[in-house]
Write a protein that binds this ligand. Structure first.
Ligand SMILES: [Zn+2]
Length: 106
């Protein structure tokens, strides 16, 4: 396949990822299971086309169980140097360092 085509393919993949995560956001309070499936699809596209999910989108769902974070299903705690997000569906914990500019783990 031409390099140009491959690039185009990945652009489309990214557009679909963004779209799917937006859908997930929209449906999370209506149909949580469906919402999770959108995230799952976005993840699948991301792996298949090797396109990274933008960080601000990645922070909207649990990377372990893939359920979008929504009121009552996640907990945010602050300590001196980090934001600690706990998914209450699977208890997966993520930490975001506050001082470090290169925030990792997202
Ligand atoms: Zn989870």
């Amino acid at each position: 396949m031409l390099k140009r085509e491959k690039r185009r393919e990945r652009e489309i993949a990214l557009e679909r990822i963004v779209y799917l995560i937006e859908r997930a956001e929209k449906f999370k309070n209506i149909d949580y299971e469906l919402s999770r499936r959108y995230v799952e699809l976005a993840r699948r596209i991301s792996t298949r086309y090797r396109v990274r999910i933008p960080r601000e989108l990645k922070m909207r769902f649990c990377k372990k169980c893939l359920y979008p974070y929504k009121a009552g299903h996640f907990r945010v705690r602050l300590n001196k140097s980090a934001v600690i997000v706990t998914c209450l569906n699977c208890m997966h914990v993520r930490r975001y360092q506050l001082r470090d500019r290169n925030v990792r783990g997202a």
